[in-house]
Ligand binder design. Structure first.
Ligand SMILES: [Zn+2]
Length: 461
């Protein structure tokens, strides 16, 4: 059978570009499809439901998910048998407590049994994440829910900040761009991509030029990267090169001092959002900026007190992923549900994050601050149990790896290719194999240990 995606990947770059530009000329409604707009319309209405209506919706979606999981997912089929439960025993959100928490270790040990029967490779997206602990986690996601990267949930959130589907936005991200380019325009997504790998003061004018040239109206970024760019622009006395209408901040804790720096310089409001690779929970800030709203159509999220941590564990049941149901998944993040309701009157509870998200920078030979949280070792090879980066000198990283038994030369090659793609010549990497990974003082394993002395306030956390 002809696989369009694979055929496209093999085409030469100029042909790919022609197809992309041709595609970008199609009307938005045609490009994004009925499904995307149907869901967006639903979300625009459901945001004004009462709390009771939202709860009834969640209970109904939960019953559908449980029936599907027990019928089609071997892991849940066996779990319900072992607990002597039937799908009828889970009728409401409160009944979820009859089920155990799904830990990352359970997922690692049951990856194939957690995938729903009947989902072919073409119907799932295989994802992996290293989270903040360097212990790879692989999982599947329903391809049917991936709307060409136009996720209706995110777009409803962007709408709260005034960003409409089709407007030109920018993303400051740790994505690899061809050559040494600091920016690239993606016509399909109408998105200016700015590389977070080249953030350094002597490139401030290049970033400013790109933002001004494209007249970017919105930016989606992690806060430390935008704060760094802002710092370099200010150091070169460059006024804000464009007027953002909103900044969308994600992937890290957004600290008040960062919010202040960003809002003052760019002259707009910051909208924080919290998501994860596993797409099992979504927290979004509305135009009242009173905290993160739990997106209730997306998941049922519990806050469970735990003696090990300050604040509550965030445990979540995704209502959207049928390829691999996440039921009572322990996100590893910690937070607290707020008692107050938001003055926007939407039916979503407010919560606060207490940590668990911190992106770190490694410093390259040329002084560039290189974000390290998304270094994709798990995508390079399955034969790594855990890994950790340690930086002691500028331009050098130690990569400690705990290997699986069948780890071999081809894994080293794959890892080196991945590292080279991310760092180029800007970093020397020493790979060391180990049987234990260094823990922090509170007993957690960190993906990255930075031993260089911070040069600025950017390390404030
Ligand atoms: Zn609100």
């Amino acid at each position: 059978m002809l696989n369009i995606s694979n055929t496209y990947k093999k085409l030469p770059a100029p042909v790919k570009n022609m197809i992309k530009y041709g595609y970008s000329r199609l009307p938005l409604r045609l490009r994004l499809g009925k499904k995307f707009y149907r869901e967006l319309k639903f979300l625009e209405q459901s945001q004004w439901w009462s709390r009771q209506e939202m709860q009834a919706y969640q209970n109904n979606e939960l019953r559908k998910l449980i029936a599907h999981a027990v019928k089609n997912v071997p892991y849940y089929r066996d779990l319900f048998l072992a607990l002597d439960l039937t799908p009828d025993d889970i009728q409401t959100i409160d009944d979820l407590q009859k089920l155990p928490v799904l830990t990352k270790d359970i997922i690692r040990g049951n990856i194939h049994r957690l995938r729903a029967d009947g989902y072919t490779d073409e119907q799932v997206i295989t994802c992996s994440t290293s989270g903040s602990t360097g212990k790879p986690l692989k999982f599947y996601y329903d391809k049917d829910k991936d709307y060409l990267n136009f996720d209706p949930y995110i777009w409803r959130f962007f709408n709260w900040g005034g960003h409409k589907v089709g407007n030109l936005g920018a993303k400051l991200a740790d994505w690899t761009l061809p050559g040494e380019e600091i920016h690239a325009y993606n016509p399909v997504r109408n998105l200016l991509i700015l590389s977070a790998y080249h953030l350094q003061e002597d490139k401030a004018h290049d970033y400013a030029r790109a933002l001004a040239q494209y007249k970017v109206e919105y930016i989606d970024t992690y806060p430390s990267a935008l704060v760094l760019l802002t710092k370099f622009l200010k150091a070169r006395n460059i006024p804000a090169p464009c007027r953002f209408k909103a900044v969308f901040s994600h992937s890290e804790m957004l600290h008040n001092w960062q919010r202040q720096v960003i809002e003052e310089y760019w002259g707009c409001k910051c909208y924080d959002w919290y998501g994860m690779e596993e797409r099992a929970v979504l927290g979004i800030e509305c135009e009242q900026h009173q905290g993160l709203h739990l997106c209730s159509e997306f998941s049922i999220t519990e806050f469970i007190p735990h003696s090990e941590t300050k604040g509550d564990k965030i445990i979540t049941t995704s209502l959207t992923n049928y390829a691999m149901p996440f039921i009572r998944y322990d996100t590893g993040d910690v937070g607290e549900l707020k008692k107050e309701a938001c003055s926007c009157n939407r039916p979503y509870p407010l919560f606060e994050l207490h940590g668990g998200r911190r992106k770190n920078f490694a410093v390259g030979k040329d002084g560039a601050n290189i974000p390290i949280a998304n270094i994709d070792i798990p995508n390079a090879t399955d034969n790594v149990v855990q890994f950790q980066f340690i930086q002691k000198n500028k331009g050098e990283l130690d990569l400690h790896i705990i290997r699986k038994n069948n780890f071999g030369d081809s894994d080293i090659k794959k890892i080196n290719a991945k590292l080279n793609e991310k760092f180029g010549q800007n970093m020397d990497i020493n790979i060391e194999f180990t049987s234990t990974i260094q823990k922090t003082s509170n007993g957690k394993t960190a993906l990255f240990v930075q031993k260089l002395k911070p040069e600025s306030d950017l390390e404030i956390a």
